[in-house]
Design a protein around this ligand. Structure first.
Ligand SMILES: NC(=O)c1ccc[n+]([C@@H]2O[C@H](COP(=O)([O-])OP(=O)(O)OC[C@H]3O[C@@H](n4cnc5c(N)ncnc54)[C@H](O)[C@@H]3O)[C@@H](O)[C@H]2O)c1
Length: 303
């Protein structure tokens, strides 16, 4: 895989302030690619990384070879902010990015979920972040690439959840089904206009998404699940491979990455599905909460 084509080019990475997307930002930076991180905030690991790479100005931080990382505070559920990212990119780096990675995401136990009905808008926040933002960002990026007569790569982060179902996380699972399907739906763009669509489908990954909240930790059994974890770095390497290795991965590829070192292309039809080590042991604990919701509503204590 030749990463030299990334040298001097640029990327926009949503969710790049943490976890898997931050690991991808680091790989892009190492390859000499300027990166605009679009996230609600930089988490501590991202702050440390940015502080470690070189001289910092108001917007961007420059490494010793001149490659720069910029952060723009962005809420990916606001479409005007997604559109604005390309203006920020242009004023900071010039032109259009070569790679756009839709990395921001939410896990259901840590946000407004289907069971607790806390969404106050007319839509689910989880879908706005996990589904609508990647779809809209892809649409905007395509328009920008076509307008600039440029080629580009659009990267998505799906999940092994895209091939599973769970009553404990009934929004998260379909959100990832949607992303794998959307990635494949965009495959013909390569022949139509030189835009490459690809996705990684991580299994359990040791990121703040998994370890950052008590609600998720409840579903995690350290004894059984620790050895099943992939690292954000391994997932980011898979994402880099599926984005850049045109010889092995056709457009529309969804590449599963599972711990400790598994990689597997997920077929659209007749796929055997993810291995047993991709299931969170504690989903049975989550089922107790589901039973409690049902009992409370049956008893009329929630109307
Ligand atoms: N960690 C896992 O086990 C795992 C497994 C499979 C798939 N994934 C997927 O990987 C992707 C990255 O997750 P991660 O594990 O690195 O989690 P993470 O929590 O470390 O990173 C997610 C990032 O998204 C950002 N974000 C959330 N809502 C946002 C919003 N409205 N606007 C802008 N940014 C927002 C967060 O601030 C955070 O920086 C997600 O799509 C997730 O669903 C994770």
């Amino acid at each position: 895989m030749d990463l030299s084509v990334l040298n001097g080019r640029g990327a926009i990475v949503t969710g790049g302030g943490s976890g898997i997307s931050l690991a991808f930002v680091k790989l892009l930076f190492q390859a000499g690619c300027n990166v605009l991180i679009a996230d609600l905030r930089l988490h501590s690991e991202a702050e440390e990384f940015i502080n470690s790479i070189g001289s910092r100005s108001d917007l961007a931080t420059k490494g010793s070879d001149g490659t720069r990382i910029a952060f723009h505070k962005t809420n990916v559920t606001v479409w005007k902010e997604l559109e604005n990212l390309f203006d920020v990119y242009k004023s900071e780096f010039g032109g259009v990015p070569y790679i756009v990675c839709c990395g921001a995401g939410l896990y259901e136990p840590t946000t407004k979920g289907w069971w607790d009905e806390k969404d106050d808008d007319d839509t689910y926040l989880l879908f706005r972040v996990n589904v609508f933002h990647p779809m809209k960002l892809c649409r905007i990026a395509l328009r920008k690439w076509l307008g600039a007569n440029a080629e580009g790569i659009i990267c998505f982060i799906s999940s092994t959840s895209a091939q599973k179902a769970s009553i404990v996380t009934p929004l998260y699972q379909p959100s990832k089904h949607a992303i794998s399907c959307f990635t494949r739906s965009m495959a013909p763009l390569q022949d139509l206009c030189g835009v490459r669509s690809c996705a990684v489908a991580p299994g359990l990954t040791a990121s703040p998404m998994l370890f950052g909240s008590a609600a998720t930790l409840k579903l995690f059994d350290p004894e059984k699940d620790t050895e099943r974890l992939a690292t954000p770095q391994a997932v980011a390497e898979g994402l880099m491979a599926v984005a850049m290795d045109r010889e092995h991965y056709p457009p529309g590829t969804v590449l599963e990455v599972t711990g400790p070192n598994g990689r597997r292309v997920v077929n659209m039809l007749n796929d055997p599905g993810p291995a047993a080590n991709t299931f969170l042991t504690g989903k049975t604990v989550g089922l107790q909460d589901v039973k409690a919701w049902i009992e409370k509503e049956r008893a009329g204590s929630i109307s």
